[in-house]
Design a protein around this ligand. Structure first.
Ligand SMILES: [Zn+2]
Length: 174
């Protein structure tokens, strides 16, 4: 079992039960980590414990570690924990996935930068169109550039959408 599986399989109550502790109706046990705790100061929660007397606290693994005086690994194995060594092929696919994702992000960044630049130009032309005499030569030039920018904007937007889609597919394939 991996860590998450163990955590979902054992509640804190199960673990303290293994050591002969049975929480009272309020969910407290006598704290095993400080001397003669007659008032039962350790609260047992769903997946953690906390002592109001000596402030010992932690999760199921911490409890075992402290009870058995062992390290995390030993506690983990004692609950049936196993480590899965990633195989070479899974490492490769992780690598490919990362590469594909990076590539997609880079492409998106470039497109966004171009869009931003184009938007800036558009803004400039809009200002000039207002200032210039309508239908003057300069105004007409400005209008042409403005129209061009609108076209570029549309194209970049489309490319961005397409790029994101293709990028997502590439990521799914690896
Ligand atoms: Zn305590």
């Amino acid at each position: 079992m991996i860590l998450e599986e163990i955590k979902s399989q054992y509640s804190m109550r199960d673990i303290v039960g293994r050591y002969g502790f049975h929480p009272n109706r309020a969910g407290f046990i006598s704290c095993p980590f400080h001397k003669s705790d007659r008032t039962a100061s350790m609260k047992i929660y769903k997946d953690s414990f906390n002592c109001f007397g000596c402030s010992a606290n932690g999760d199921i693994f911490t409890f075992i570690q402290r009870m058995d005086n062992c390290d995390f690994k030993t506690a983990f194995y004692s609950l049936g924990g196993t480590y899965k060594k990633p195989s070479d092929s899974s490492k490769l696919s992780v690598y490919r996935y990362k590469r594909a994702k990076e590539k997609k992000l880079r492409k998106e960044e470039q497109l966004r930068a171009r869009l931003q630049h184009n938007n800036m130009l558009l803004g400039v032309y809009v200002v000039w169109l207002k200032r210039l005499k309508p239908l003057s030569d300069a105004w007409c030039d400005c209008m042409n550039e403005h129209t061009k920018c609108l076209g570029i904007d549309e194209e970049l937007q489309k490319e961005l959408e397409r790029g994101v889609r293709i990028g997502d597919e590439a990521i799914k394939r690896v």
